[in-house]
Ligand binder design. Structure first.
Ligand code: 16G
Ligand code: MG
Length: 549
């Protein structure tokens, strides 16, 4: 026991915590400037080892990435044995570990945690870890590995890989040799599983025109080229923004987050994308997806997570009906308050829709309550979950007509094609492509399933964002007192108006969302609500942003 803590202490000394900094394990793990993360990585290595011991040696995942953030940032998050995100209670322990001021404080934090969580240190511990293409990755991984060494973790290095592949590996390793085996526990296993399912789904159909894939100059570029090898001529991908080693290129004027927030083409495609040509963007770790195209007049149109949810949910509803399983399989969609009102209306006409607070874990857990749960955030993160019972039903069901049999086989292929551990940009992209192929839809036809309501998102810098508390899946404010009634008053004056206010979980700001039937009205509503928020926060009126009417 004491030898254990001696080694921990010795290794911890090599990774001192910078003074006067506070770290927080948030919705996306730890994420900040890479150069201050060394101690955090070491301590996450220790925590991952302890989590595995606590779970009897099950494999835990660790992903080193800062997703769509600028290249100088980095981050780390833990993956639980089923391939989903770290159990919320442990986020607090991660934060405690990261903030221990000295080695002594850290060692005693570990000691008391081991005692209170009743962790048997003699249990084995196993971790699989990966990183994205950031230049800060290797040094941070070395700190993480010191953390593993301190705990005696049996560690497996998955190298440079996408976040969804790492999640896949975790689940595949933990289900290996069981009846729930998720697939071969290798990158090759993942590629073969997804691409063979895609090929089955589109067999006999005419391949769609080539798809331009913006890889955000990140790890998706490497994955896309491996996918293409396995996909053969079933679909032609045209990867762009694939400069993974060019300094400063990652997520710079490209990638899913850039396209979504600036509502523009990735800069490198301006003047190159042909009208009507389908294109999509991945983010820096390939777990978000955004589609877009230019119309005949060269105008930009975006197909975001809501449009993907509509396409996917409607397709699965149809397949379940055709397969003769209507009524036997309960489908549902999960969205957040940011979902465009028009998408919610389109979906609610076809299947139950639930709204939950922002953040993947809320969507994922709500989707698990359906037999088939489709969840997407407007920002392009999402997937489809098939419950165990549904997977068994699909495997055992005996179709009575050829049409039923075809639909059933398509559903079985979807179970294989869709990464059910986490949103996966490339898996989602193949899902969208398979559906477009089946429907013979162009991007424009897909876009016309429903027309987005004009909307506007505004950030307000306030003194204390924690003063803003919400209920009803973040759609209503409970504090500051009286503010919601003022928002309601404003909203009533706008045709098709909807607006809500929530504190960001990732930035020190309050976000205001508004939509209305007409563009100018959506903008005006957003800025007027933002004005209310600004006034409420006690800000100096002279600092009130000009747009706030
Ligand atoms: C994080 C969440 C994402 C959410 C976003 C909201 C995960 C893995 N990521 O990136 O789902 O949309 O935060 O950010 O949960 P906000 O709270 O700043 O609006
Ligand atoms: Mg990401």
């Amino acid at each position: 026991m004491s030898a254990f803590f001696d080694l921990l202490s010795e290794l911890s000394d090599r990774h001192p915590k910078p003074a006067n900094l506070r770290f927080q394990y948030g919705t996306a793990g730890f994420r900040t400037q890479a150069h201050i993360l060394d101690s955090v990585l070491f301590r996450v290595g220790v925590l991952a080892g302890l989590r595995s011991k606590k779970l009897d040696g099950k494999t835990i995942g660790v992903m080193v990435t800062a997703s769509h953030n600028p290249e100088q940032d980095n981050g780390v998050k833990l993956v639980d044995p089923r391939g989903d995100m770290l159990e919320a209670a442990w986020e607090v322990h991660a934060t405690t570990f990261a903030n221990a001021a000295t080695t002594d404080d850290f060692v005693s934090a570990v000691e008391s945690f081991v005692k209170s969580a009743k962790i048997d240190l003699s249990k084995p511990s196993r971790v699989v870890y990966g990183r994205d293409t950031r230049p800060s990755g290797p040094a941070l991984v070395a700190a993480l590995e010191d953390g593993f060494k301190a705990i005696g973790v049996e560690a497996r290095d998955a190298g440079v890989t996408t976040t969804p592949i790492l999640h896949y590996l975790v689940r595949a390793i933990n289900t290996k040799g069981t009846k729930d085996s998720y697939g071969d526990d290798s990158e090759e296993g993942y590629l073969v599983k997804l691409t063979s399912a895609f090929k089955k789904l589109v067999a006999g159909k005419q391949a769609p025109p080539p798809l331009v894939v913006d890889c955000a100059n990140g790890v998706g570029a490497e994955a896309i080229s491996k996918f293409q090898t396995h996909l053969g001529n079933s679909i032609k991908l045209v990867p762009v923004n694939i400069e993974t080693t060019k300094p400063g290129a990652l997520n710079n004027a490209c990638g899913a987050d850039y396209v979504k927030t600036s509502q523009k083409l990735p800069a490198s495609l301006v003047g190159h994308l042909q009208p009507g040509q389908r294109a999509c963007s991945l983010d820096g770790d390939a777990d978000r997806l955004m589609y877009f195209y230019l119309d005949e007049r060269g105008q930009f149109h975006m197909l975001d997570g809501d449009k993907i949810a509509a396409l996917v949910a409607a397709f699965i509803v149809e397949l379940v009906k055709t397969a003769g399983l209507d009524g036997e399989i309960k489908l549902g969609v999960v969205q957040t308050a940011y979902a465009n009102g028009a998408s919610t209306k389109y979906l609610a006409e076809r299947l139950p829709v639930r709204c939950v607070p922002t953040g993947v874990k809320h969507l994922h857990h709500a989707a698990e309550r359906f037999d088939v749960g489709v969840y997407f955030e407007a920002n392009g993160h999402g997937t489809v979950l098939f419950s165990q019972e549904t997977r068994e039903k699909l495997a055992d069901h005996e179709p009575s007509t050829p049409a039923q049999s075809t639909a059933l086989n398509h559903l079985r292929s979807l179970v294989q094609l869709i990464n059910q551990t986490v949103g996966d940009a490339i898996s989602d992209m193949l899902l969208v492509e398979a559906i477009l192929t089946h429907k013979s839809y162009s991007g424009e036809e897909w876009d016309s399933l429903y027309v987005d309501l004009p909307n506007r998102l505004v950030k307000v810098v306030v003194g204390d964002r924690h003063a803003f508390q919400t209920e009803d899946a973040e759609r209503r404010l409970v504090s500051p007192k009286g503010l919601q009634a003022k928002v309601d008053d404003l909203v009533r004056r706008y045709d098709g108006g909807r607006s809500f206010v929530r504190p960001s979980g990732t930035e020190d700001v309050v976000r205001v969302y508004a939509e209305a039937t007409i563009r100018s009205q959506a903008d005006e509503l957003a800025f007027r609500v933002a004005g209310l928020v600004y006034d409420e926060s006690g800000g100096d009126p002279s600092g009130r942003p000009k747009e706030f009417l």
